[in-house]
Design a binder for this molecule. Sequence first.
Ligand SMILES: Nc1ncnc2c1ncn2[C@@H]1O[C@H](COP(=O)(O)OP(=O)(O)OP(=O)(O)O)[C@@H](O)[C@H]1O
Ligand SMILES: [Mg+2]
Length: 255
Amino acid sequence: MNHHDKSPVTKHQSPADEKNTPPTTSPLISLANVSHSYLEGGAPLKVLDNVSLDIQQSEKVALLGRSGCGKSTLLNLISGIDLPEQGEITIDGANICTLTETRRTLFRRNHIGFIYQFFNLIPSLTALENVALTLELKGVSAAQARDRSMALLSRLGVADKSASFPSRLSGGEQQRIAIARALVHSPEVVLADEPTGNLDAQTGAAVLEVLHDILDESKSSLLLVTHSLAVARSANRIVTLEDGAISEREGDFAW
Ligand SMILES: Nc1ncnc2c1ncn2[C@@H]1O[C@H](COP(=O)(O)OP(=O)(O)OP(=O)(O)O)[C@@H](O)[C@H]1O
Ligand SMILES: [Mg+2]
């Protein structure tokens, strides 16, 4: 596991490591019969209804679906930010639903890169500090974290904004900082929620290419939420979410 983790830091051990089990060909991400509801005006609103989805190592899956169908909800569950009402989510052999909150946070930090739909940058940190923090939390020295973060900001075309605070950046600039923060530690799993939604077509295409290049370099898996069929087609596989259910067919996109 974590064959591409080049940093010499102590990493969180998944249950698979602890049992010293041999590597298997099971999916890197596996959702089995996942259901989730929110309370809306006192009544439960079922957003995900018995969703099952497998994603292999290095596989890139695009997720399409109407606004409000539950795409961000699904990413929050896979990342362990929220726990599903029912079902199991396994990442790299670890059932994240049964981990304690602390271990789930550590697991997320070490194995997952999340590009949030609304960026979620830390307002009191500069762009560079936002990115470098991901590495520093893993034990990388401040100097190394800074160098690796700058290199990535440069690849994404926002090196000149490294000293700026998020409130002084455009939406598209914040989005690229958020992408750098999610990718800088070469996580096995990248969850990307509309990662180029705030970029013009040309910048979006260039950033998408960098995203794919980085994923290929680290053999990471991707779940990419998008409203753009063109962006979705950059993935290996497209799934759609409708009425709480995942479908493997592209179908007719009305969104
Ligand atoms: N914390 C919450 N509490 C209550 N309802 C919620 C909560 N989060 C999401 N919802 C509801 O769940 C449904 C799914 O929301 P979600 O954000 O997952 O949709 P989405 O597919 O990501 O939409 P979009 O494409 O607009 O980003 C929506 O009807 C939303 O109003
Ligand atoms: Mg969303």
